[in-house]
Write a protein that binds this ligand. Sequence first.
Ligand code: G1P
Length: 274
Amino acid sequence: MDCIIPAAGMGTRFLPFSKVVPKELLPLFGTPAIDFILQELDVNGIHRVNLIISEEKKLLFEYFQTNTHLNNFLKTHHKAALLDIVTQFHNQFSLRFPVQKEALGLGHAILQAESTAEVVSVVLPDELLFSGIGQPSLLLSRMLEIQKKYDAHVIAVQKVHPAHANRYGMIGYTPLSDTIFKVTDLVEKPSIDQAPSDYAIIGRYVLKDSIFNALKQIKPGIGGEIQLTDGLKHLLEQKEKIIGLVFEEKRFDIGIPEGWFDCLSYIQSSKTIT
Ligand code: G1P
């Protein structure tokens, strides 16, 4: 399964820091947030990755390039080990860096990585998920199983406070079990009274390739942007199946300073335990 990581966003909630440094490089101790996303992909056996960047976020590309000057310095100072570990970890991935030239939304970003794979995962790097203390989440593998079982698009969903509906894509659904929902409606960032339920889409998607055509068909939605949620709604209208999978994982929205700090504290607690 290919993976698309849309990382072209401006990171306005992290200004002024994000004026120069992409928020995906925010450190959680010495490790940039993007490496936690790659660790999650690794445990789920996903190694073909499209990391979508913008012209302003070339530092993200640079992070994955060999820094010969640094390597030489570390070698001559007998400190190469740490960097070797990171390099070996990165070398498992086949990384591409499509550039989104205009900020036209999440759906538009995903179109920059249109692939030939029949099923793609989309992972929003603002959301870090852990299955247990210090353990990357296996949610994507569970989503892939559901995808196969139902021959459906699968989105990760979680109950949120009704007052927060306008931060998320919200779903309407019919439950098939406690954790598996047949999605019947989707609305991107509705007002509290327009949300079809209290369940929100949370940053992990396993999608069939028909999503790309859907994203080409739809018009800009809220914020004048091509929204992934609207693309999914278009698929529903075409009678395609979408399943919402409720997950139990520990989740951090590290796209905001408070969420990043909570995540930092969580990782600190795992360091204390191990
Ligand atoms: C995006 C999606 C939204 C989803 C959210 C989850 O919004 O558009 O549907 O619920 O991620 O993190 P963003 O946070 O980029 O505004």
